[in-house]
Design a protein around this ligand. Structure first.
Ligand code: SF4
Length: 229
């Protein structure tokens, strides 16, 4: 990894728990993982991105988010694992939870599913530590995410979830700065069809247009304070 292209930022040097040296980082999207990746890279930690997000709907939005993440991983020379898009499994688990609010039990299911698969890959590929970029978003419940992460890691002996708070020390602000610098695609809803439905319902009630996929990019003049960042 070449650190010369990193923004010079005064961050604490991070270290993985219990002296471990390799990390499998579940990534939900480029905007959330940008700061997380740069913080980890700046600390010299050996890591791999694991992109497993079958919640994202529709496939056009899934591809937009994934390709942005691949672009940034390639820029940093970070290995990128493109995992399954097994939407049938996700929808079958979401059955009966369609009208749950964000941060409710549908989201617990969604985090559990993504983190258990991350832990399985870690178990099969020699990673002792997993973490996720999901917790950096101000829209998420960090305790809910950490509970899901620890529960997923407990499925496999020797795997632990690193519950580092990526928001602290200016991390949340740098997430937006990096997104603008990189002109990342700016998603406007959490990801699933139900979050898209609810975001559009809120827009209708407040006199705004429906979400248009593939239109907003940070830092190019189309960016605004997002509904999902
Ligand atoms: S709102 Fe977000 S976290 Fe919750 S179920 Fe939908 S995609 Fe998953």
């Amino acid at each position: 990894m070449n650190p010369t292209h990193l923004t010079p930022i005064d961050r604490p040097t991070l270290s993985l728990p219990d002296g471990h040296t390799r990390l499998l980082l579940h990534s939900c999207c480029a905007p959330c993982s940008g700061e997380v990746m740069e913080a980890i890279t700046a600390s010299g930690i050996d890591y791999t991105i694991f992109f497993y997000n079958p919640n994202i709907h529709p496939v056009k939005e899934y591809e937009l988010r994934k390709q942005e993440n691949i672009r940034f991983a390639e820029k940093h020379g970070v290995p990128f694992v493109d995992a399954d898009y097994d939407t049938d499994t996700w929808f079958s688990r979401a059955r009966g939870l369609e009208n749950e609010p964000e941060r409710g039990i549908r989201c617990t299911m969604c985090f559990d599913m993504r983190f258990v698969r991350t832990a399985l890959y870690a178990h099969e590929n020699g990673f002792a530590v997993i973490s996720s970029s999901l917790g950096i978003s101000r829209w998420k419940d960090m305790n809910q995410i950490n509970d899901c992460g620890h529960r997923a890691a407990a499925h496999y002996p020797g795997i632990q979830y690193w519950d580092y708070n990526w928001r602290k020390g200016g991390g949340a602000a740098r997430m937006v700065e990096i997104s603008k610098r990189e002109q990342f695609y700016q998603q406007e809803y959490c990801g699933c069809v139900y979050s898209l439905r609810d975001a559009n319902r809120h827009r209708r009630e407040t006199g705004r247009e429906r979400i248009k996929l593939g239109v907003l990019y940070y830092g190019d003049g189309t960016s605004k304070q997002g509904d999902a960042d």
